[in-house]
Design a protein around this ligand. Structure first.
Ligand code: GLN
Length: 502
């Protein structure tokens, strides 16, 4: 593998600025590795050689002309396939959108284009972002670069695997219940879910609108901060967009201090213990000790409603899913299937299209969602779940009254084997136990690699949660911990020794 592919996005940006490499050279190296390894990893559903190289050439020309460029101009990036890209296939890993070419760009994509980041392709995912393993993709699962017999997490397994396998230094993911953070945890990469509303959702194909959030997937904390600066900010096209300034990169990282004296870190009592792998807990607690060594004050905090967060999520999320996915009806765009027999009416075409176009997990959630919203059950299910959501928010408020950040393991286990949980939806859902509270409350949360588990040598994720609008606090603590941990774990991913001829 070329040495340059191991560099962080910030290091690459500096090299580009100093003229040590051009964006065309860098983008070409990424594309070569993607083409060589994609049959093994299946991280990409579409590779955009032409589009990426066109952006790279443009940035190189602007740089040569002395134009002022963005911090990450010329650094290649991959985008999860549920963010629309004009004229470039966007499938959400579903047959129902196969062959569809969006007529517009998502706001984050527009921002990447304006900032001059070549988009090398669209990454694999669980269909419509529903899942924790990428096994629900209609186009085959993505493999974990640490062990190709294991899942890369989900739903954003493609973005995480692409970054972990050094195919690209940066990617975007979306996180409704953990789809950026859990793949980050099991692939040894950094994944950030910003405060709800901090990054525009315009052009993100909606799963559950009140929970969805776009965020960075990287190998270092600094790279994530730099990417959030580029994609974040107010967008009048998203009614839930926050109208507040984006914390500048300097602020996100400059306060990384050797000392965390005065910082209060709360270890969430409910997010450890039963169901968590021993090696995951050991790695997690070792990192908590590191934070203590850096001067942080560690306290245990009680968030009793977190015990009901998973159940509430699996009622609220499907309710929103059933409504959002009603637009895929075979009438306007995407797949259209006519019934094999009987009359061809709008209704029979919709039924045949949705039967053929959606996979099992998507159907399961639509059925569940329509059920919990139906007249006789609404109060009992959806109404109760919304009450739990409020209680989870209150738990956060109470905890943040005495702590600057909260911490927990990101996922209860390391990467599991393919097929292990496919026939047991409940077991699959349990992967999200630690990530869901942040989505229910809209607070920022991130996962950074904190070591490997003793049982299997696989990456463990450390989750940091901060109060809404305080993404900066989360980055600060993460930066300090990353530095205390030493060389980023991502660098020791076995994919670094894979031959590109593979
Ligand atoms: N794994 C969770 C689910 O299946 C989270 C999905 C997501 O964040 N998009 O719903």
């Amino acid at each position: 593998m070329k040495e340059i592919l191991k560099k962080s996005a910030c290091e690459l940006a500096d090299m580009l600025a100093r003229g040590e490499v051009t964006s065309v050279e860098l983008t070409t190296s990424c594309l070569e590795r993607i083409h060589a390894l994609n049959s093994k990893v299946n991280a990409f559903l579409f590779i955009d050689d032409e589009g990426a190289l066109a952006t790279a050439r443009e940035v190189d020309a602007k740089r040569a002309a002395g134009e002022k460029l963005s911090r990450l101009a010329g650094v290649p990036i991959a985008v999860k396939d549920n963010m629309v890209t004009r004229g470039v296939p966007t499938t959400c890993a579903s047959k129902i959108l196969e062959g569809w070419l969006p007529p517009y760009d998502a706001t984050v994509v527009t921002k990447l284009r304006e900032a001059g980041l070549p988009i090398v392709g669209k990454t694999n995912m669980d269909e419509f972002a529903m899942g924790s393993s990428t096994e629900h993709s209609a186009f085959g699962s993505t493999r974990n670069p640490w062990d190709v017999g294991r899942i890369p997490g989900g739903s954003g397994g493609g973005s995480a695997a692409a970054v972990a396998a050094f195919m690209v230094p940066l990617a975007l993911g979306s996180d409704t219940g953990g789809s950026i953070r859990q793949p980050g945890a099991v692939t040894g990469t950094v994944g950030v879910k910003p405060t709800y509303g901090a990054v525009s959702r315009y052009g993100l194909v909606a799963m559950a609108s009140s929970l969805d959030q776009i965020g960075p997937v990287t190998r270092t904390v600094g790279d994530a901060a730099a990417l959030q600066e580029i994609v974040g900010g107010y967008d009048p096209l998203d009614s839930t967009s926050l109208d507040e300034p984006v914390p500048p990169f300097e602020m996100l990282t400059s306060r990384y201090s050797e000392s965390l004296a005065g910082v209060r870190v709360g270890v969430v009592k409910q997010l450890q213990g039963e169901g968590y792998q021993e090696g995951v807990l050991e790695s997690f607690h070792a990192s908590v000790e590191l934070l203590k060594d850096l001067g942080a004050q560690i306290v245990e905090v009680d968030c009793p409603s977190f015990d009901y967060a998973l159940a509430a999520y699996y009622l609220i999320m499907p309710a929103e899913v059933s409504s959002n996915l009603a637009r895929f009806d075979g009438m306007r765009y995407g797949l259209r299937v006519e019934p094999e027999s009987g009359p061809v009416t709008a209704e029979t075409v919709m039924a045949a299209t949705r039967e053929a176009g959606f996979g099992d997990e998507v159907k399961r959630r639509i059925i569940l969602g329509t059920h919990v919203l139906s007249a006789g059950f609404f109060d009992a299910y959806y109404g109760s779940a919304q009450k739990v959501r409020t209680l989870v928010q209150r738990d956060f408020e109470a905890a943040f009254a005495s702590c600057d950040v909260l911490v927990s393991p990101t996922a209860p286990t390391t990467a599991f084997a393919f097929g292990e949980k496919m026939n047991d939806p409940m077991a699959m859902y349990l992967n999200d136990i630690a990530t869901i509270p942040a989505n229910l409350a809209g607070v920022p949360a991130m996962s950074l690699p904190c070591g490997v588990a003793k049982e299997d040598g696989l990456p463990v994720g450390f989750q940091i949660l901060a109060p809404a609008h305080k993404d900066t606090s989360m980055y600060e603590i993460a930066g300090a911990l990353e530095r205390a941990l030493g060389e980023p774990l991502a660098e020791s991913c076995p994919a670094s020794s894979w031959e590109e001829e593979a």
